[in-house]
Design a protein around this ligand. Structure first.
Ligand code: ZN
Length: 73
């Protein structure tokens, strides 16, 4: 990692295209395809994953680590 901060891009219509903090991707719906948590964007797919994730699941630790970034700020 180079440590460069990616800024959310905007399209020509001025719609904010946020980048999900968990999967690092922009949903097709843009800001409408997710929620903002403490100023960080979380796409619906990851939100669902977090809701479904249970302690002990293989992906749980990974998700938890990424969410920590949000709660810390
Ligand atoms: Zn995501």
């Amino acid at each position: 990692m180079v440590g460069s901060r990616r800024r959310p891009a905007t399209d020509k219509k001025g719609i904010l295209l946020p980048v999900c903090v968990v999967c690092d991707q922009t949903p097709p719906l843009g800001i409408a395809g997710g929620i903002l948590v403490s100023g960080h964007f979380l796409c619906t797919r990851c939100e669902e994953e977090i809701v479904r994730a249970r302690v002990g699941d293989s992906g749980y630790c990974q998700i938890k680590e990424k969410i920590k970034k949000i709660w810390r700020c």
